[in-house]
Design a protein around this ligand. Structure first.
Ligand code: EPU
Length: 337
């Protein structure tokens, strides 16, 4: 397979950061991946698996091989009266999968339309939005072990999904390359509409029994109101995770900040990081060529020609301010390389 040298990654990361990779390989089929693994190059030099590049910030040129899955395909594997199992290739655009299945009337991916990135990356960080997470619909993940070239199918349970987390970010970090993902989608009405902006938009549109497509259209409109258009403004979506705190930590914070925005999350509580950042006065501000989006403070964006270091600098300044005001540690969701 073709391994290119000294390739600019500007078009391959949604922040639009202009760095170079010393080697670059596109994986356009499962056979390509088998050849790449048989070649052994991934055991010899540093590598990064780059999907849509929507959650990554390069701070310098990458002296190693960038592996970019581009294999395509969305296939219904099995179907009964209630459910369809759909397998999508890792290089398929996530939003294309979500819209395609939603338009065909399947329930499950409608809240997740317009999330930038590729199918193969979705299980790694368990992408989520508006009350749904990829883990709610992923049935299995097909991946190859880099060390042995062996193919393995992980069940949903084996993926150990958590909030923006999975086994592929922990015990199996950098050990597998995802080639396809299987989804179980419902054919009967199963919607999640409790996210307040979605509830009120459905109400405004007089929709009481929404089809998946009606939900997806609302979600796309909500995203347009809150998030920058990835085609126009470079960003990595939410730059930070929403921090999880215990009930007693929350009570202490509430004593000083009674309006703190939080949601129950299992036994704990999730704080709205966007609110914490806004309270520190960062919303709409910038440092160097990186801005904090004025409609959603969780999003850092490229004001034009920013470097990865500038992104990290503003992120660190925000982390320090949130820590000093609230005593809460923000964790970066984006991966810094
Ligand atoms: N808020 C503020 N100021 C802000 C932003 C948010 O006060 O600048 C408060 C508001 O009260 C708002 C609440 O925080 O109601 C929650 O904000 P939002 O609904 O926008 O969600 P989020 O928790 O900030 C998460 C995901 C997003 C996803 C939305 C919607 C994370 C890290 N981010 O953001 O995911 O679209 O929920 O479900 O969990 C992404 O991962 O790239 C991403 C965009």
């Amino acid at each position: 397979m073709d391994i290119k040298e000294n390739i600019s990654l500007k078009a391959y990361n949604t922040f639009g950061i202009d760095v170079c990779a010393s080697k670059y390989a596109e994986v356009s089929s499962e056979e390509d991946l088998q050849h790449l693994l048989a070649d052994g190059i991934l055991k010899e030099c540093p590598f990064v698996i780059l999907g849509g590049g929507s959650n990554i910030v390069f701070v310098k040129d990458f002296d190693g091989i960038v592996v970019h899955p581009t294999n395509k395909g969305i296939n219904i594997i099995s179907e009964n009266d209630n459910e369809a199992v759909v397998e999508a290739a890792a290089g398929e655009t996530w939003s294309n999968l979500a819209w395609t299945m939603t338009r065909q009337g399947y329930y499950g991916l409608e809240n997740l339309v317009e999330i930038p990135g590729c199918v193969g990356a979705a299980p790694i960080q368990n992408v989520g939005a508006y009350g749904r997470e990829a883990k709610d619909v992923i049935k299995y993940v097909v991946a190859y072990e880099i060390a042995t070239g062996t193919k393995k199918t992980f069940t949903n349970k084996e993926c150990r999904f958590g909030y923006r987390n999975s086994i592929f970010k922990n015990e199996l970090k950098d050990q597998y390359i995802v080639i396809a993902v299987g989804f179980a989608l419902s054919k009967t009405m199963e919607v999640t509409t409790n996210y307040s902006a979605l509830t009120s938009m459905l109400c405004d549109r007089n929709i009481t029994s929404p089809t998946p497509l009606q939900i997806a259209e609302c979600i796309a409109d909500i995203r347009r109101q809150k998030l920058p258009d990835p085609k126009e403004i470079g960003s990595a979506g939410s730059f930070f995770k929403n921090p999880i705190v215990t009930h007693s930590q929350l009570e202490i914070l509430k004593a000083t900040y009674p309006n703190i925005v939080c949601y129950p999350s299992g036994e704990h509580y999730k704080l709205a990081a966007g609110w914490l950042i806004e309270q520190c006065g960062w919303k709409g501000r910038s440092l160097g060529k990186v801005g904090v989006y004025d409609k959603q403070a969780l999003v850092l964006f490229n004001k034009g020609g920013c470097t990865g270091t500038e992104v990290v600098n503003i992120a660190n300044a925000i982390v320090a301010d949130v820590e000093s005001k609230f005593g809460v540690q923000l964790e970066k969701e984006a991966i810094i390389i």
